[in-house]
Ligand binder design. Structure first.
Ligand code: UFG
Length: 340
């Protein structure tokens, strides 16, 4: 199938493009390059031997998007969005405009040209503060703790309403837990600008001696070692979940929701120690105050994706740490010159 991938040069998007090619699909990338580089496409080509068509555009630009769709596409994987939690608190209107506004404009174009298959990059953040663990897809979405989280809840709502209004739509929401790592080739990965906000890239930069030590935000949570628990999942497993969803669900009308996680929780300090032992490096850390908006623990119920998509995460925490480090050492990830 010919699949439009919005945000296809981003961290998760680039891995999704690789997984789609490996599953025999033909991706078309659109991205405004606001948080990624064109050279990502060289990495995709070197891994797969295929150079996907690329359109430099904003998904909210309806004229440009119609051009990119051209002769037509069989489905869309929609990942284009901003994702920095702290920035969303400081600039909420930019987040609502860029994430929700642009998505509405994109959906108008898809409705007009007759594309009715969509896989959406959602997030476990839509569950809010967990009332019960593991988090299941049939649980109510909660109160987001920041504007970024609200944009994910709102985008899901817009899409669910659209699918309800027109039953020819097939909508799939993939709620990612904590995607980390990189393609095992070391050719694509996460390249944060400046100081990383997420844990794994920060750990990698400390191991590479780009930063002196890891700030651990909160050591007094009610968990086994006092640090928060997350469900870290290898980004290639997440990417393969999209290929499965596209394969299994196109034509299955209605709204479908799946968690993409491993079902296992890991504390911050467990991840640090796995990174050190897998890669034989040292990651000094320092305890800091809790980060506002963080929850103590989240992990996924994974049965639904196993049952309907025949998808389960195959890679373990050691694979995630090994591939993150391989990517860090490739020279393509963030370097000293990226520091603010
Ligand atoms: N952490 C640190 N030090 C750091 C960075 C992170 O201690 O320098 C801790 C955080 O406090 C948290 C854990 O590492 O306990 C994971 O933090 P991340 O920022 O890597 O991930 P989050 O769980 O906060 O957020 C991720 C995605 C969001 C998404 C959310 C949904 O980044 O986009 O999961 O649960 F909304």
């Amino acid at each position: 199938m010919r699949i439009l991938v919005t945000g296809g040069t981003g961290f998760v998007g680039s891995h999704v493009v690789v997984a789609l090619i490996e599953a025999g699909h033909e991706p078309v990338i659109v991205d405004n390059l606001s948080n990624s580089k064109l050279s990502v496409i060289d990495g995709i080509e070197s891994i797969t031997g295929f150079r996907p068509p690329f359109f430099h555009l904003d998904v909210g630009d309806q004229l440009a998007l119609r051009d990119a769709i051209g002769e037509g596409v069989d489905g869309v994987v929609h990942l284009a969005a901003w994702k920095a939690v702290g920035e969303s608190v400081a600039k909420p209107l930019r987040y609502y405009g860029n994430n929700v506004g642009a998505t509405v404009r994109m959906l108008e174009v898809l409705s007009e040209v007759g594309v009715r298959n969509l896989v959406f990059s959602s997030s476990a953040t839509v569950y809010g503060e967990p009332q019960e663990l593991p988090l299941r897809e049939d649980m109510a979405t909660g109160r987001a703790t920041n504007p970024y989280g609200w944009t994910k809840i709102m985008m899901e709502q817009v899409m669910a309403d659209l699918a309800f209004s027109d039953p020819s739509w097939s909508m799939t929401f993939l709620r990612y837990f904590n995607p980390v790592g990189a393609h095992e080739s070391g050719r694509i990965g996460e390249a944060p600008h400046g100081e990383p906000t997420n844990l794994m890239p920060y750990v990698s930069q400390v191991a590479a001696e780009i930063r002196p030590s890891l700030p651990v935000f909160g050591t007094d949570y009610p968990t086994r070692d006092g640090t928060p628990i997350r469900d870290y999942v290898h980004v290639m497993d997440v990417a393969e979940g999209h290929a499965r969803a596209i394969g299994a669900l196109s034509g299955e009308i209605g709204t479908h929701i799946y968690n993409l996680g491993t079902g296992r929780g890991t504390t911050v300090l467990e991840l640090v120690s796995e990174f050190e032992s897998t890669n034989q490096v040292s990651v000094p850390w320092q305890g800091h105050a809790r980060r506002p908006g963080d929850v103590a623990e989240t992990w996924a119920a994974v049965e639904r994706a196993e049952r309907d998509l025949d998808w389960r995460a195959k890679r373990d925490l050691s694979d995630m740490c090994r591939d993150a480090w391989h990517w860090q050492r490739s020279g393509l990830a963030a370097s000293r010159s990226d520091q603010h």
